[in-house]
Design a protein around this ligand. Structure first.
Ligand code: PLZ
Length: 450
């Protein structure tokens, strides 16, 4: 059922099946209730209301089965409702649901930290701490870096995304929809150029790192910088894979200047890119690494992992939160991590890449709007332009997205200009559904450009 190893992910029939229009009448009725009950500020991309999911399928309230090319934004990497995760959660939830680790602890939290310390890059001594969301992990990584360095400045990148809390909004590059009218933002956040090979007019990675480093030295002063926070592959910014040498150049600069180098692997981590962590591709060992999303198959859990001397520099009681490292979320994480290890999840991600890339390259020959194909593993995207120019084509991205949705494929767009079409299938995606999703994308292009 899956790509290679057949880790039967679910008893849901693995086929795309449309019984009604999308969204169907039951979903439409639920959406009307949503509008009446849920803040308008909480957007919904595709209002099909899900009742079951697994393998490569999302099933909605009207009985439609859609192909899931989004994994809930890179979360259900081991397959939605993965049976191992379900069993672990059920066992834990029947034993106890919560104690608060800071009050009376439990083994699951410690075991997740042990797994994070073992799996993240580098064989130095490490410590971890657990939280509820990616944004919270970033907040805490910055707290730790400031406590350790006794400095304040935080350096982030153009096109970076780190969350929606006040600090992480300030660290996020894009205004709409994340920041508009929500300021003022936290101080001491500085943005420097990222490496964006498609739009950098031939500037190589090391050269772009020099540009960013010069900016840090001139405008902030290296000795004032607590942390540099970088996504090894930028997610919400448009699946931007930096040119080789950029990421390493920034990490080396941090090391030379006593700056804590933080890899935000919240989207790219946990086997998504064909490695356990995307920073392994350039052989970079970050001081701290933030994780969330794929760690626990959708149960809310996030982590900060890093050098023991940095993580232990915080005073006792300085880190925490009522729910951080909730026992049910920890049980899910341990089952998800075990599944990834047993099924060689990085290889499954690479196999998805090997199926998608040739199909996308073929489409690019036919449709000149596809100006760049990039990403790694099961984190792949195409950037769309107005043919013959470099102008972002967000209208086409929206049109393709609509076509795919109406034809039962859940796709996502991304990017600073909204012109990047991204693919984040679960690693349990059966090959025939992956191929079918690509065929529907092909048809979407045909119709949009007819
Ligand atoms: N860092 C690299 O990708 C979350 C955002 C969806 P939270 N990305 C999806 C949305 O529109 O809110 C993300 C990320 C990276 C941090 C985060 C934040 O993680 O769990 O959403 O707080």
């Amino acid at each position: 059922m899956s790509l290679a190893v057949t880790p039967s992910a679910s008893d849901l029939v693995q086929e795309r099946r449309l019984l009604t229009e999308i969204p169907g009448p039951k979903s439409q009725a639920l959406q009307a209730r949503k509008v009446a009950a849920v803040s308008n500020g909480v957007g919904v991309m595709l209002p099909v209301y899900v009742v079951r999911a697994g393998g490569g399928i999302l099933m909605d309230a009207d009985g439609n089965s859609l192909i899931d090319m989004g994994s809930g934004i890179a979360v259900t990497t081991v397959g939605n409702a993965n049976p191992d995760v379900v069993a672990a959660v059920q066992e834990q939830v029947a034993n106890f649901t919560h104690t608060c680790f800071m009050v009376t602890p439990y083994a699951g939290y410690v075991e997740v930290c042990e797994a994070l310390n073992r799996l993240t890059p580098g064989d130095h001594e490490k410590r971890s701490a657990l939280f509820n969301s990616g944004a919270e992990a970033i907040e805490n990584a910055v707290k730790v870096a400031r406590a350790y360095t006794k400095r304040q400045a935080v350096v982030v990148l153009e096109h970076g995304y780190h969350g929606r809390t006040n600090l992480t909004m300030g660290m996020t590059a894009k205004n709409m929809p994340y920041k508009q009218s929500f300021g003022p933002f936290a101080p001491e956040i500085y943005r420097v150029p990222a490496s964006y090979p498609f739009r950098d007019r031939g500037i190589k990675g090391p050269e772009m790192a020099e540009v960013a480093i010069t900016r840090i030295e001139r405008e902030i002063g290296a000795t004032n910088v607590a942390a540099i926070v970088i996504e090894p592959i930028q997610g919400e910014g448009g699946f931007i894979v930096p040119d080789p040498g950029y990421f390493r150049g920034m990490a080396d600069f941090a090391a030379k200047n006593g700056i804590v180098f933080i890899a935000d692997e919240i989207q790219s981590g946990f086997c998504r890119t064909g490695d356990w962590f995307a920073c392994q591709y350039e052989d970079v060992v970050p001081d701290l690494i933030t994780t969330a999303k794929g760690i626990a198959d959708g149960m809310p859990l996030a982590g900060v992992t890093g050098r023991a001397e940095i993580m232990d520099s915080v005073h006792p009681g300085g880190l925490g939160g009522t729910y951080g490292g909730n026992p049910v979320a920890c049980a899910a994480a341990l089952a998800a991590i075990d599944w990834m290890e047993r099924n060689d999840a990085p290889a499954l991600a690479r196999e998805i890449e090997s199926i998608m890339m040739p199909r996308l390259r073929e489409m690019a020959l036919q449709f000149p709007a596809i100006a760049d194909i990039r990403g790694r593993g099961a984190m792949i995207a195409i950037e769309l332009v107005k043919p013959g120019t470099m102008d972002p084509n967000s209208d086409l991205a929206a049109t393709l997205n609509r076509y795919c949705h109406q034809h039962g494929v859940v796709t996502l767009t991304t990017g600073t200009h909204g012109n990047v079409f991204r693919f984040l299938p679960p690693l349990t995606m059966p090959r025939h559904l992956l191929e079918e999703a690509l065929t529907i994308l092909q048809q979407a292009f045909e119709e949009a450009t007819a």
